[in-house]
Each structure stands twice: as structure tokens, then as C-alpha cells.
Ligand binder design. Structure first.
Ligand code: NOJ
Length: 716
């Protein structure tokens, strides 16, 4: 449809029909009874029945048959024939499930993320979806928060790269969104990752400078990549819940970032303005949200129940309603729904696309690349001829898909035990509680093997939304099992299946090797086996620090400098330190081992001076000194030595993943220009300052200090 036709359509719409476009209801409201009769609008639907007939979008339902039936039924009832939009959370895959986003981050391969999101998009669109609520671009620093699993970690630059890659993968890179792609909705705008104490839905309060410096880059990158929608956050930003926050939504998002797409609230967030205490009732909540710039109300029903009368009473400017509706119509039009409300969907295509062999193959590859080898004392890779005891609550557990795998199929997911049929198996313990008989059985099995592979972790029931934890250790029963394994004197390999950084202080001393496997997806078990036996050499690197204790949280690599930095090795008191644990996390950002060994040498800089119009090149030679081929992520960090405001101790500014054969050396170079040195000053201006900078290139954020390079930036 042409823009004029959309505007004509808008003119024909009643207020109620307009309000309908701004409401999103759960798929269950549109379902049919078992006998096939439609229950549209008649099952515990807490709004006037006919509201469903004019509604604009549907949440969380997919599958050719269901979507087709709902859309058909809707078009039949809709006076103006406006098709429904189907939206859902396709976060790390639709039916073929990839690792959770925190694991995807550990690949340090944005192009791979784009590829798998294109697969997710193809599967989702074949099943009738039009929009995914991804990427979640929230920067995270607190592993108590269950939703860190949905983020790619603690670094603004990496998050930027992954957010953009996700959008490109979901939407495709062409001008229009083709039928095998879907729209991307970046969330949660803004700064949801900072919920105080890691408690979900909790307050966020941060300076505008910090918001712009650390949190905005990833949302912005998603918008620059063309994301069609933005979802508001549950939390407050500068004292106002995001879903009623005009400076944030109309000021920053629309005026400053020029976002022209659709803003949707998070689930019930409009109504929650009442609980937040910034609206007296649901009607005021609806009024404030629309005025603040929320176009679609996801599931709170506040718009459905209040907007019409607010317009009638002139409490809302009708033009606000019109502009929001037009944006929704434009999105439908961009997705081609007016021409074909089914977007070429067919049952044969759905069957051919879902879980296609090449998708599963990619899922395995990505899972292998997401795994992070945290420790290895000459035990991995496993030798084929050694007998293995496969023990632990994750050893025969198909809970590998992660919390957002709503369309995945856990029943059909192979477990480690399935993939290691020759190993001796014992469960050893339930996930969270001790069972004496299981433990005794495991002792027996472990006694008979040469090497013990423990599969430990925490399930999807302890991660994701509304799953904050005050303590992030493994359950005591699992630690007990680990200690028993260690007591056998046999090599112990711990494979970890979890969706947040765990405090591994009680694990590390008892394990000879630790492989962080995350919730690795549909082909996760096969991927673990491939890595354990060295078919694939692990190359993942953490994108979120693993703390030594819950009390150390938040701990992240790009912290601001303090006035009393602790000198290395100092035992003295009056420094910024803990008296009971080191300041450093147990495993830092950027860290991850390989079966190969890499040495960094000959770090060099093309010149020691930089000015606004020049660039300089830093280079390093990386050599594989081992007998196996491997991949290494070479990371570039810069420190601004003196800033107008306090600057981080270091910041990631570039990275490159390279493959190296045994004895091979490659030179990795990075270009540095003045734009990379910009930051937000106290007056919020974004600029670089003259002065001295330090540069590191290494395989982790904990860098060899002797490798430090320096240069001076001159502004004139
Ligand atoms: C609530 C979550 O916060 C959000 O991330 C998700 O997209 C919506 N529910 C829809 O499922």
C-alpha cells in the first residue's frame, strides 16, 4: 500500500478501531474450543467482547495452523480488513534452538549471530510470526538477575555489535523485510539491566551521563541497523517508569535518535504505572503512556479500556492516537500484510523449514563456539581409550534449551548420556537436593572409571525473567558430589549448564577442568561431546565476569578508576578493596582457554601521535605454540589516562577472531582514530580530549602489562 492509502485507511477508522490497533492481546484470547468453535473474545476476556475484533496484534502464538485460523477469523470480522500482527519472543531460535544469548556473546562472532538469527527468523516466519522481541540489548553487570542470560554481557561495544547483528539477521539486510524474515523489536528501553540488587522489575537510577555512555550504545546500534520496534522497560529511568517517560521516549528515542517505528510497552507495563505510584488509576496510566510515546499496550488492557473515553473527553489529543495508529499500520504495510496477510505461509514450507538439517548443524557449530574453557589441567581433550564416568544432574537432562525456548522441543532434545552411550552413567544428585541413594550409586560408577565427567548446573527454572537469586552458587548437593568425585583421585572434568555467571569458588579447587556450556540449545549435548574429545577446540571467551562471591557483585572489567586503586599485591588497608577477597573476579571478561596455546609478541604502534584527521595502527603477532589448531579472540583495549570526568580502567575498542595452525603466526592490526576515543563529558557532550592513552592487545581483559603501548592524542 502507498502511504496515502494508509492515511485514507486511518480516516475511515472509528476511535475504537484505532484503539484496537494499539492493543496487544495474548494468543490464548483468540483460540478455539476443542470442538473447533471459535472462542474469540469470549473466554475470560476482561474487555468488551468486540475489542478483540478490532485488535491489532497478538502475543506469543505461532504455528501455521493456529496463525492462519486466527488471521482468517479476524479478517472475516474486521470491518476494514486490517490484518493482525503476530509477535513473540524468538530469542535464541524458534524451533531449532541455539545457545542462550550470554553464550552467543561468548562466540565473539557477530557475523555468526547474524546467520543464526536469520535461521531463527526463517523458522519463525514460516510459523506465521511477524515480529520477534529481540534483541535484548540491555547491558548487564549483576548475575543475580535471572535475565543476564538474555544479554550479551557487560560491554557496550560488544553489545552494540551483537545487537546490530541480531537485527540484521532477523530483518535481513534488504530495503524491505522479505517473507522469510521478521521485524526486530529492541528492548528493554532503557537500562533494564541495572535493576537494583539484581532483583527483577526493581528500580533503576543512574546518571544521564552513564545512561548515554554505557547503556545507550547497544539500543542505538539496533536502531541504526533498522530495528522496526522498540520495547519499553519495566524500570524507572530518572525517577519515571520507562513506559510513562516522555523525555526518554519522545525526547531521546524519537527526537534525538530519530526513531520512526513502533514503540510497544513491556507486558502490563502501562497498567504498572499505577503500582509505581505515578498514575492514580488505569485511565491515567493509559493517558500518560500514550502521551509519553507508547504506541502499543502489551497486555495491560489499559488502552483497550480507557483510550476511547480519554479521546472523547478530550483528555488525549486525537492526533496522538492517529500518529500511533499510523505507525502500526506502516509496520503492517512494511511486512506486506495488506497484500498478503499470510505472507506466503504454507504448511509444506513450515514443515520443510522447521528444524531443517542445516539449521541443526548450525546450532551445533554455534554451541561449540559458545563454550568457554575456564580451567584445564592436562585433562582435556579426553582420550578416546579412557573409560568415562558421566555423573551429575545434568548428565541425562534435556533441559538444555534455555528459558526462552518457548517453541523448542525439550522432549526431543538429546542429552549428554544419549551422546556418550559408552560412558558409565549415574545421576549422583538431583539438581537442587541431595539423594543418598543417587550419591552411593555415583560413587560406585566413579570408582570404575578412569576419568569423571560431571555435568552440573542450574536449570531454566532458575534463570530468566522473575528468577533473581540472592546467592549464585551451585546447590550444596552438587558441590558435595564434586568433592566426592575429587576424593577418588581421578581427573574430574566439570561441564556446567547454567544461564548466568555462577560463583565457582567452591568448584574451582576440586575440578581439573571446567567447561562452561551455558544452556547450549538443541544440539548442545553433541557440541559438548565434540569439545570434550577435541573434535572442536574451544574458543569461547566470557562477556560477563564470573565473581568470586555474591558480595563482590557488581564486578565488571570496565569499572571507573577510583582515587585509591589497590597496588598489585598490596596487603595494605586504605585502598579500594575487600579485606576478605581479591578485587578481581574469578574469571574475567574476555577470558577463555583453548587446547592450543597462543603467545603474543612484537606489539607495535605505527606512530606515537594521533590527531583528529589521522589514524594509527597497532599490531601484534600471535603464535600458536601448540600442536593443535585453534581459534583466538585478539582483543584491543584502550585507557584514557586523564579525562574531564573519571574514565574506565580500560575499554574494549576492537577484536578479531583468528584461526591458527600449529606453529603458525598471524599479525593482527587495529586502526585507532579519534572517534574511538570519544566519551560523554560532564555537560553530556560527546568528544575526545587531547592527552595520553594506553593500549593493550591480548586474549583477555586481564592484560600483560609489559605489552602496554602508549600514544598521545592532539586536538590541534
Ligand atoms: C516480558 C518480558 O520482559 C519481555 O522481554 C518479553 O518480550 C515480553 N514479556 C513478551 O513475552
Amino acid at each position: 500500500m502507498k502511504q496515502e492509502q494508509l492515511e485514507q485507511l486511518l480516516l475511515k477508522m472509528s476511535v475504537k478501531e484505532k484503539v484496537g490497533q494499539l492493543t496487544q492481546f495474548a494468543g490464548a484470547f483468540y483460540m478455539k474450543h476443542d470442538d473447533g468453535t471459535p472462542v474469540t473474545g469470549r473466554i475470560e476476556f476482561p474487555v468488551e467482547d468486540d475489542m478483540l475484533d478490532v485488535s491489532g496484534s497478538v502475543l506469543g502464538i505461532a504455528g501455521f495452523e493456529k496463525v492462519k485460523a486466527i488471521q482468517e477469523n479476524h479478517l472475516h470480522r474486521s470491518r476494514l480488513g486490517i490484518p493482525l500482527l503476530f509477535m513473540a519472543d524468538v530469542i535464541n531460535g524458534f524451533q531449532t534452538i541455539f545457545p542462550i544469548p550470554l553464550g552467543l556473546g561468548a562466540t565473539w562472532e557477530p557475523s555468526l549471530i547474524e546467520k543464526l538469527q536469520a535461521v531463527a527468523s526463517k523458522e519463525a516466519s514460516s510459523a506465521g510470526l511477524h515480529v520477534s522481541f529481540a534483541p535484548m540489548a540491555d547491558l548487564v553487570r549483576d548475575p543475580r538477575w535471572g535475565r543476564v542470560m538474555e544479554s550479551t554481557g557487560e560491554d557496550p561495544y560488544l553489545n552494540e555489535r551483537f545487537a546490530a547483528a541480531t537485527v540484521s539477521g532477523l530483518q535481513g539486510r534488504s530495503e524491505t523485510i522479505s517473507n522469510d524474515h521478521i521485524g526486530a523489536c529492541v528492548k528493554h528501553f532503557a537500562a533494564y539491566g541495572l535493576s537494583e540488587g539484581g532483583r527483577d522489575y526493581n528500580t533503576v537510577d543512574l546518571s544521564e551521563r552513564e545512561l548515554r555512555e554505557m547503556h545507550m550504545p547497544a539500543y542505538k546500534a539496533a536502531l541504526q541497523a533498522g530495528a522496526k520496534l522498540v520495547m519499553t522497560a519495566f524500570n524507572t529511568v530518572n525517577g519515571m517508569p520507562a513506559s510513562g517517560n516522555a523525555p526518554l521516549l519522545r525526547g531521546m528515542l524519537r527526537d534525538e535518535l530519530d526513531f520512526e517505528g513502533v514503540v510497544i510497552s513491556d507486558f502490563d507495563a502501562v497498567e504498572e504505572l499505577v503500582a509505581h505510584g505515578v498514575a492514580e488509576n488505569e485511565s491515567v496510566a493509559a493517558q500518560k503512556a500514550l502521551q509519553a510515546g507508547v504506541d502499543i499496550d502489551m497486555m495491560s488492557l489499559s488502552y483497550a479500556r480507557s483510550l476511547s473515553s480519554l479521546v472523547e473527553q478530550n483528555l488525549i489529543d486525537a492526533s496522538l492516537l492517529d500518529e500511533a495508529v499510523l505507525r502500526v499500520l506502516e509496520l503492517k504495510n512494511e511486512l506486506g500484510l495488506f497484500e498478503d496477510p499470510y505472507r506466503g505461509m504454507s504448511v509444506t514450507n513450515e514443515q520443510a523449514v522447521l528444524n531443517a538439517a542445516e539449521h541443526r548443524k548450525l546450532a551445533c557449530e554455534v554451541a561449540e563456539k559458545s563454550m568457554v574453557l575456564l580451567k584445564n589441567q592436562n585433562v582435556l581433550p579426553l582420550e578416546r581409550n579412557r573409560s568415562i564416568a558421566l555423573v551429575g544432574p545434568y548428565a541425562d537432562n534435556p533441559d538444555l534449551l534455555g528459558e526462552w525456548s518457548i517453541f523448542g522441543n525439550m522432549e526431543e532434545t538429546k542429552t549428554l548420556k544419549d551422546r556418550l552411550p559408552d560412558a558409565r552413567y549415574a545421576q549422583g544428585s538431583a539438581l537442587y537436593h541431595r539423594e543418598e541413594t543417587l550419591l552411593l550409586e555415583a560413587l560406585d560408577v566413579m570408582a570404575q572409571a578412569d576419568v569423571i565427567v560431571l555435568a552440573l548446573g542450574e536449570g531454566r527454572d532458575r534463570s530468566g525473567e522473575a528468577r533473581s537469586r540472592a546467592s549464585i552458587t551451585l546447590a550444596p548437593c552438587q558441590i558435595e558430589l564434586l568433592k566426592k568425585a575429587h576424593e577418588t583421585g581421578k581427573p574430574v572434568v566439570v561441564t556446567l549448564f547454567n544461564a548466568r555467571p555462577i560463583d565457582l569458588t567452591d568448584v574451582e579447587p576440586y575440578a581439573d577442568a571446567i567447561l562452561e556450556c551455558w544452556h547450549p540449545g538443541s544440539e548442545g549435548a553433541q557440541a559438548v561431546v565434540n569439545v570434550l574429545f577435541g573434535k572442536t577446540n574451544p574458543s569461547g571467551k566470557l562477556t560477563m565476569s564470573f565473581p568470586r562471591a555474591t558480595g563482590q557483585i557488581p564486578v565488571y572489567y570496565n569499572a571507573y578508576k577510583t582515587g585509591r586503586p589497590l597496588p598489585e599485591g598490596s596487603e595494605e588497608r586504605f585502598y579500594s578493596r575487600y579485606i576478605d577477597i581479591p578485587n578481581e573476579p574469578l574469571y574475567p571478561f574476555g577470558f577463555g582457554l583453548s587446547y592450543a596455546a597462543f603467545t603474543y609478541s612484537n606489539r607495535r604502534i605505527s606512530q606515537s601521535e594521533l590527531n583528529p584527521s589521522s589514524t594509527l595502527i597497532v599490531s601484534v603477532d600471535v603464535t600458536n605454540t601448540s600442536l593443535v589448531a585453534g581459534e583466538e579472540v585478539v582483543q584491543l583495549y584502550i585507557q584514557d589516562v586523564v579525562g574531564e570526568v573519571v574514565r574506565p580502567v580500560k575499554e574494549l575498542k576492537g577484536f578479531e577472531k583468528i584461526s591458527l595452525l600449529p606453529n603458525e603466526t598471524k599479525t593482527v592490526s587495529f586502526e585507532i582514530d579519534s572517534e574511538m576515543l570519544r566519551y560523554h563529558h560532564s555537560d553530556l557532550s560527546y568528544a575526545s580530549d587531547p592527552g595520553l592513552f594506553h593500549v593493550w592487545m591480548d586474549g583477555s581483559s586481564v592484560c600483560e602489562d609489559e605489552g602496554k603501548l602508549t600514544f598521545t592524542f592532539h586536538t590541534s
